[in-house]
Design a protein around this ligand. Structure first.
Ligand code: GLU
Length: 517
């Protein structure tokens, strides 16, 4: 069998959608699993939809995610160039081949003529039933065609679809999908105006020339597949035609239909890997990276949207995903985009990291709040707080609780580590309940006990304070928490006091005793 070669072939028409990231990931897993190559090809033949910066954005997204291509734009390789706009010289010969062999024809219909026809005929389709009423090399006398060409009339080349034939797309995920050619139109393959092929022709020619063995792409391309099968046959390449695999759609988290950018805006999750600044409107779209997602969490989350590795496996390293990946485990039906689950994956991956790995981002967060601390202290706060739960706003679903899923969740949960409480809210339920008539004197005694503790580690304090509380019948924990935190939150009290150190602990206690009385 020939070498496995797959490609990811985005068009630079804007930021890469998260669905495109999933497509690239599946291609990557498939290539790695089978010892094959993954190619990055930029399909930029539609100049009207070209968006500056989109190609750079795509490349930067994969760099961040850690998806490596073996060949392609920005990398090179034996099958280049990999940007279709740099391959224009290549396509013309293939267009001419189709024309010569009667698989395609030249059409002169202007935009206005086509519009008129569409207005006149309901569901107009340029094809077997209508092509002889149009202005093309099949309907016009040969000398007219020659004259129009000689005059430099603009034209397009259309594929000649013979009606009434069942076209079978043999899909590795969906099985055999049969479409009757009568429903297909004579697609434009080439435009004289910019001397460029359209997506369909360039895509087929390049897959062929680049030795692509499998085309793994989103379901939205399934309707194009019958045409692609016919094109392979017209070129005489049916024996080396790639195998197709059309991945299931990503669906809205709620309701029906395809996931869209609007769902993300409405529910507050990104649909792009990186933040995107629209070069025309200036509009900024959120990105997973800027929201605080780890690339491995994003990939793990996406991997499971449409693929079931068997069992109830969820957390998987890239190596595990590669060894388990199988197109046969991909589903036909769409996958709901469960963005809350994405946050859960990030939580899991954050916990897998050492506490020190949180520090750079945590430090930047603290600095943005005007707080300067040390890496050691910050890592210790992470250790104490990373298992906590935060309340967050789930848009139309109201306020909910979830695990800390982003480094930014640590604020305001950890503020008191760095800023001593100065004011106490006497209306606060926790303070009203736990600061009683005896609290001040109890805190006074506790302060005395702590003063004498030589080993101020959590265990060292516990060894002294627990027996003291036991003997005196004290339950000082909540009042002590009010002293150190100013509210009913935070970690274990001994841990907190150990983190703050004896001096700061006593200072906070004295201040609370004075202020609350
Ligand atoms: N250029 C197409 C896109 O933007 C490629 C589709 C395919 O993979 O064939 O997704």
């Amino acid at each position: 069998m020939s070498k496995i070669r797959v490609r990811f072939a985005p068009s630079p028409t804007g930021p890469l959608h998260i669905g495109g990231v999933r497509t690239a990931l599946y291609n990557y897993l498939f290539a790695r699993k089978n010892g094959g190559d993954l190619v990055l090809r930029i399909e930029d033949t539609d100049s009207s939809r070209f968006v500056p910066g989109a190609e750079e954005y795509i490349i930067e997204s994969f760099r961040w995610l850690g998806i490596r291509f073996d060949e392609g734009v920005g990398i090179g390789g034996d099958y280049g160039p990999y940007r279709q706009s740099e391959r224009r010289g290549i396509y013309k010969a293939y267009v001419d081949q189709l024309l010569r062999e009667g698989h395609a024809y030249i059409a002169f219909d202007t935009h206005e003529e086509l519009e008129r026809k569409r207005a006149e005929v309901e569901n107009f389709q340029y094809g077997a039933a209508t092509r002889m009423q149009m202005r093309n090399s099949l309907s016009l006398p040969p000398d007219t065609v020659e004259r129009l060409m000689a005059e430099g009339q603009g034209y397009v080349v259309r594929f000649l679809v013979e009606p009434g034939e069942d076209v079978v797309v043999d899909d590795l995920i969906r099985g055999k999908v049969t479409i009757n050619s009568t429903v297909l139109d004579d697609k434009v393959l080439y435009k004289s105006a910019d001397e460029l092929p359209t997506y369909h022709l360039a895509n087929i020619v390049d897959d062929h020339l680049m030795g692509i063995s499998h085309v793994i792409r989103g379901e939205e391309w399934l309707p194009s597949a019958p045409l692609h099968v016919l094109l392979y046959r017209a070129f005489g390449w049916q024996d080396t035609m790639p195998r197709f695999a059309h991945l299931p759609l990503l669906l809205k988290p709620v309701g029906n239909g395809k996931l869209s950018k609007r769902d993300g805006d409405k529910l507050g999750f990104p649909v792009f890997p990186l933040e995107w600044h629209d070069p025309v409107t200036g509009e900024v779209s959120h990105g997973y990276r800027e929201q605080g997602y780890l690339p491995e969490a994003v990939l793990n989350f996406l991997a499971l949207l449409g693929w079931n590795p068997g069992g109830d496996r969820e957390i998987m390293s890239m190596d595990e995903m590669i060894s388990l990946f199988d197109l046969a485990g991909c589903s036909k039906s769409g996958a709901k985009f469960d963005y809350v689950k994405a946050a859960w994956f990030n939580h899991q991956y954050l916990l897998l990291r050492p506490d020190e790995a949180w520090v750079p981002e945590f430090d930047a967060l603290l600095r943005s709040k005007g707080i300067a601390s040390t890496p050691e202290k910050e890592a210790d706060v992470v250790r104490l707080m990373k298992q906590k739960v935060v309340e967050y706003d789930d848009g139309p679903f109201g306020k909910k609780k979830r695990n800390i899923s982003f480094v930014s969740d640590l604020w305001p949960l950890t503020r008191f580590f760095f800023v001593a409480p100065r004011e106490f809210d006497r209306e606060d339920k926790f303070i009203r309940k736990n600061w009683t008539a005896t609290s001040a004197s109890e805190m006074q005694s506790l302060a005395q006990v702590l003063e004498a503790v030589t080993d101020f580690s959590a265990a060292g304090q516990k060894a002294v304070v627990d027996p003291w509380a036991e003997q005196g019948g004290f339950r000082p924990w909540n009042a002590w928490r009010i002293c150190l935190v100013g509210a009913g939150q935070g970690p274990d009290m001994y841990e907190l006091a150990a983190h703050l150190g004896k001096e700061e602990t006593l200072r906070r206690m004295r201040y609370a005793i004075e202020t609350l009385g």
